[in-house]
Design a protein around this ligand. Structure first.
Ligand code: DX5
Ligand code: ZN
Length: 217
């Protein structure tokens, strides 16, 4: 199946007016139907993005693009304390790092409380897939160390994608970090069903970039 591109807004404009202008042609032309919001608290990772990649932004995106699938990648110390605000703002999916505290209980609580939101685990590059538990619909495999955009993909993380795909033919497997035009086909071949792309989409002309990425698939 063809892999889906999910632009990461970490590499988009900080101004919502500009961000809307970047996204509008992509949505209008049907080139994307999802976006990825990287939430960093300065604790779980060094960087802090809550001043702009936050629930308020999700609510504004929800209003501007009612049909857009909005996923929130929580790179935060205590993820469950963010579930309510992001669910209320209109997030469709929330990724929760298995390395963050109290993960299993948090995921289950989130699932129970916010039935319309899809919750899925996110795995750092060094975290083994054997840490995954339960009946999972989706997994986010980090292909860089979380915390910033524009890094190089760590090739060994593709092995995890291959192993997961072998075991779970129907699972949503998303890969996040360092995805670019030259290795996107290889990522798809490894078995990823979605790829989060920040720099590769927003550096330069985003429509041209998405078309170029799509041509590889
Ligand atoms: C990294 C983030 C990624 C990042 C990807 O911590 O989780 O979503 O935005 O950006 P690129 O595609 O530039 O590596
Ligand atoms: Zn991310």
């Amino acid at each position: 199946m063809k892999m889906k591109l999910v632009p990461s807004l970490l590499a988009a404009s900080h101004s919502f007016t500009q961000m809307k202008k970047q996204l509008a042609p992509l949505v209008k032309r049907g080139l994307i139907d999802a976006v990825h919001v990287d939430v960093m608290d300065g604790e779980f990772v060094e960087n802090y993005t809550l001043d702009w990649l936050n629930a308020e932004l999700v609510a504004k995106l929800r209003k501007a693009f009612p049909k857009l699938f909005i996923e929130v990648h929580l790179m935060v110390h205590a993820p469950s304390s963010y579930f309510d605000e992001f669910a209320k703002a209109g997030a469709n999916r929330i990724w929760v790092h298995v390395e963050s505290i109290d993960n299993e209980k948090n995921l289950n609580n989130g699932l129970k409380k916010h039935k319309k939101v899809e919750f899925g685990p996110a795995l750092n590059p060094e975290t083994r897939i054997s840490t995954l538990k339960g009946n999972l619909r989706s997994v986010l495999i980090m292909s860089v160390h979380p915390g910033k955009g524009g890094q190089r993909l760590i090739p060994a993380t593709l092995t995890k994608v291959k192993q997961l795909r072998k075991r779970f033919p129907l699972m949503t497997i998303s890969i996040d970090g360092g995805v670019d035009v030259k290795d996107i086909k290889q990522i798809e071949k490894a078995g990823a069903s979605e790829a989060v792309c920040g720099t590769a989409v927003f550096k330069g002309n985003d429509v041209q970039n998405v078309l170029r990425l799509e041509r590889q698939l």
